[in-house]
Design a protein around this ligand. Structure first.
Ligand code: GAR
Length: 207
């Protein structure tokens, strides 16, 4: 069984999707063993506690800089014996100390079809604001490996979602979560835990 550590910052609906998938037996070969939040008041912590999952809180402002915060996060993940680290709405920047310690063992869910609307500054509702401002007719979600470059690691799964007339950032976010994120994140986690993902020349292949 692989130990899955989930990093969160907010509401935690993606964490909930993972918990529900695990309960349905859909995370084959893995178990969520720890949830680490970057904010003490993240509702995701309640979701973890309600399901008997260990929680830890590492608040960014308690550390002098990104390097000190990243070191503390890396040490916590090593202590938790993490086999897989999942960014599920984790909004705090970590430096290469963390991805160097866990190469191709960290995955992120992003609420757009990478390489569109990604990179620095594209997070949460901002992503959907940018997609609507551009007038795209299709958006979606991407699950990818985390590398030192923001949102640039090998893509594991993507799912497209239609943009509808009259969409607001909030309605688009909700549709993308329901139709894409909450489905492909648990799928990708299970594929990882079943050892079905390999990365060759920066491209993820699923067997
Ligand atoms: C999700 O839409 C997730 O894809 C996005 O934040 C939201 C968190 O919601 N993440 C990013 O934008 C990261 N770049 P949740 O806390 O309810 O899972």
């Amino acid at each position: 069984m692989k130990n899955i550590c989930v990093l969160v910052s907010g509401g935690g609906t993606n964490l909930q999707a993972l918990i529900d998938a695990e309960k349905r037996g859909e995370i084959k070969g893995g178990k969520i063993t720890c949830v680490i939040a970057s904010k003490a008041d993240a509702y995701a912590l309640e979701r973890a506690k309600n399901n008997g999952i260990k929680t830890r809180v590492l608040v960014r402002k308690d550390y002098a800089d990104v390097a000190a915060y990243s070191k503390a996060m890396r040490d916590a993940l090593i202590e938790e014996k993490a086999d897989l680290i999942v960014y599920a709405g984790f909004m705090t920047i970590l430096d290469e100390q963390v991805c160097d310690a866990f190469p191709n063992r960290m995955i992120n869910v992003h609420p757009a079809l990478i390489p569109s609307f990604c990179g620095k500054g594209f997070y949460g509702l901002h992503v959907h604001e940018a997609a609507l401002a551009k007038g795209v007719k299709v958006s979606g979600a991407t699950v990818h490996f985390v590398t030192a470059e923001c949102d640039a690691g090998p893509i594991i799964l993507q799912k497209a979602v239609e943009v509808q007339g009259g969409d607001t950032p909030e309605t688009l976010q909700k549709r993308i979560m329901e139709q894409a994120e909450w489905k492909i994140l648990p799928q990708a986690v299970s594929l990882f835990c079943e050892d079905r993902i390999t990365v060759k020349n920066g491209v993820a292949e699923i067997s």
